[in-house]
Write a protein that binds this ligand. Structure first.
Ligand code: XBP
Length: 233
């Protein structure tokens, strides 16, 4: 029987990657780096999971101007990007994807356990949950496996195995919600059933290994539907 839902964060709970990209570009400017990542560049770099790993890959492989300066300040640069990301989330720049809030509410009503397994940092996860679901939401998740708690990032299974250890549950009673093929591979390698909702940057990926693929977890927000239904026509 199903006992727990394990959520990925970026792209699954919310379309956060454009906010990460904006925060990165703002951090580049703040560090006097004459770089700007456009959407095609970011799509290419998203193959590398983890913000810091992605930055390092860009610096070492693309060799942009001021590469060595940036490499020496990589930790600082990534921390500045995450501070900016938290600010943008706090300003309301990110909303949950359709159906996410409803699924979380229904899961709680049914007594299911909730968990998170993500490549992004704990601070980024908390900023998103607090802003979109309220401060009490932090207490709804029995496990938050995030960022560097697992040194090997997705597609390695480590972050999901960590979430399972924190929950004290076997993979057989959990379902993962993911949006990337790297997350799907990681979850599958941990022995977990996986439902995929492709996102803005991942809708061209191969999800044939998924147990289910849905466009979204639910219908567009009820108020919008209601407004459309009550249209002046
Ligand atoms: C997605 C990622 C993250 C974000 C940026 O992780 O790879 O790196 O793009 O966040 P997931 P950080 O889908 O597992 O949530 O800069 O904090 O890594």
């Amino acid at each position: 029987p199903l006992e727990a839902l394990i959520f990925d964060v970026d792209g699954t709970l919310a379309e956060t990657e454009e906010t990460h990209r904006r925060a990165l570009n703002d951090a580049f400017a703040a560090f006097d780096l004459p770089w700007s990542w456009d959407q095609p560049t970011y799509r290419r770099l998203l193959r590398i999971m983890g913000g810091k790993e992605r930055l390092r890959h860009f610096i070492e492989h693309d060799r942009p101007e001021k590469a060595d300066d940036a490499l020496a300040r990589l930790d600082e640069l990534h921390a500045a990007k995450n501070r900016r990301y938290a600010e943008l989330v706090h300003e309301g720049g990110v909303t949950l994807r359709p159906g996410v809030a409803r699924l979380i509410a229904e899961a709680r009503e049914k007594g299911l356990t909730l968990a998170i397994a993500t490549t992004t940092s704990q601070a980024n996860v908390e900023a998103l949950l607090v802003k979109t679901l309220g401060p009490e939401a932090l207490g709804w998740f029995s496990a938050i496996a995030a960022g560097d708690l697992a040194p090997a990032k997705k597609p390695a299974p480590d972050i999901f195995l960590l979430a399972l250890r924190q929950l004290g549950l076997p993979a057989s009673v959990c379902v993962v919600l993911e949006d990337t093929v790297y997350g799907l591979r990681a979850a599958k390698a941990a022995g977990l059933a996986t439902l995929v909702t492709p996102s803005f940057y991942t809708d061209d990926q191969d999800f044939s290994a998924a147990d289910a693929v849905f466009d979204t977890l639910g219908e567009p927000d009820a108020p919008a539907l209601h407004l459309a239904g009550a249209g002046v026509g």
